[in-house]
Design a protein around this ligand. Structure first.
Ligand SMILES: [Zn+2]
Ligand SMILES: [Zn+2]
Length: 292
């Protein structure tokens, strides 16, 4: 089996790219891919470690894109994740993916903007306090809410979101991320294979709505779908396999390993129930050869 969805300390995991390769070797995996959030910084070391260890180690990325579920109309914080795989990793690929820095910059600026708004509203709270509380995790609004709770500005995290941080509340700052077509297009133009990550996490209940969503992404250049994922039940796997057949998509899968930041998720097997067949990696590599 293989694992085509992992995060290193270059995004929000805790292992280095080299450690992931070594763990994959020790776990007996037949291939592994690195898919850090909105950054490709770990790929060069990852690919080199794979070559040294004699293990297929595929360069990749996971890009956050905006998503509004038409069933709920929930705009703002809805996210869709698009995985990108780059078998021909080179400095040209790195250059082509430079626009990812925009997503990272926007994310880095968002939390300080929220803190500034809270201060304008008279709440004495600093970004340092929030960062300390978040420890080495990626800072998010739940950490801001926790500091507000600790300092007695609110009586619960829910109140922090209702009165200050939630959408339409006074300290709300919208996320600035890519539209799905831009994320898919960026990967395709950089010579990669774009794959819809963990479709179940989109929260779509209707098969027709998901099908329309996939159809639209295919128009932009989507070439794969993450069929195997730890929270995908048998019925989901069947549904996603059918979509893959209908739209001629590569089927992929992976654990979403984050090291100690998601301690229950193990490389390869995730919660113990994941088995991603070698064929997924073979399909992915074959697809790239065709598109080049
Ligand atoms: Zn994801
Ligand atoms: Zn992920």
């Amino acid at each position: 089996m293989v694992d085509l969805h992992t995060h290193s300390c270059c995004s929000d995991g805790t292992c280095t790219p080299e450690q992931i390769v070594h763990m994959a070797v020790h776990t007996g995996l037949h291939g592994v891919a690195l898919t850090d959030h909105d950054t490709v910084d770990g790929n060069a070391a990852f690919v080199a470690a794979g070559r040294a260890a004699g293990l297929p180690a595929l360069a990749g990325v996971e890009i956050s894109a905006e998503y509004v579920n038409p069933e709920t109309g929930r705009a703002g914080d809805g996210e869709m994740h698009i995985l990108g795989y780059f078998p021909a990793w080179s400095p040209d690929t790195v250059a082509a993916l430079a626009p990812l820095a925009e997503i990272r910059r926007n994310r880095a600026e968002r939390n300080p903007k929220i803190i500034a708004r809270l201060r304008e509203l008279g709440l004495d709270i600093s970004y340092d306090e929030v960062q300390r509380l978040a420890d080495n995790n990626v800072v998010g609004r739940p950490h801001i809410a926790a500091v507000m709770l600790k300092k007695g500005f609110v009586r619960s995290s829910k109140e922090a979101f209702d009165r200050y941080l939630g959408r339409a509340a006074p300290a709300y700052v919208a996320k600035e991320i890519f539209a799905p077509e831009r994320a898919v297009g960026l990967i395709a133009e950089a010579g990669g294979v774009a794959v819809l990550a963990h479709p179940r996490m989109l929260g779509i209940s209707s098969a027709e709505v998901l099908r329309d969503c996939v159809a639209r992404l295919v128009e932009y250049g989507l070439a794969g779908i993450e069929v195997y994922y730890t929270v995908h039940l048998r019925t989901h796997v069947e549904q996603y396999r059918a979509l893959a057949r209908a739209f001629d998509l590569v089927m992929t899968g992976g654990s979403d390993f984050h090291g100690r930041n998601k301690p229950d998720i193990r490389l390869g097997t995730a919660l113990g129930n994941l088995h991603v067949p070698d064929e997924c990696l073979a399909q992915l590599l074959a697809r790239t050869d065709v598109t080049k």
